[in-house]
Design a binder for this molecule. Structure first.
Ligand SMILES: [Zn+2]
Ligand SMILES: [Zn+2]
Length: 65
């Protein structure tokens, strides 16, 4: 059981439009295949202040390259 509280509304949906939660990195929808992201993809997501990649679940804020 995961007791972590996340305010992302996608957790409440029966089927999320994205695979991973951008705020906690948990898988929201197992039916969406995970993507292989490029550095550019992740740079773009960082601009939107996502903590985690919603496609592959990688933590975005630690690596700043
Ligand atoms: Zn979440
Ligand atoms: Zn990614």
């Amino acid at each position: 059981m995961n007791s972590r509280r996340c305010i992302n509304l996608n957790h409440r949906r029966a089927s999320s439009p994205i695979r991973m939660c951008a705020m906690c990195g948990e898988v929201l929808n197992h039916q969406i295949p995970s993507k292989e992201c490029s550095a550019d993809d992740h740079a773009e997501k960082r601009k939107h202040q996502n903590m985690y990649c919603c496609d592959c679940g990688e933590y975005l804020l630690e690596t700043q390259d």
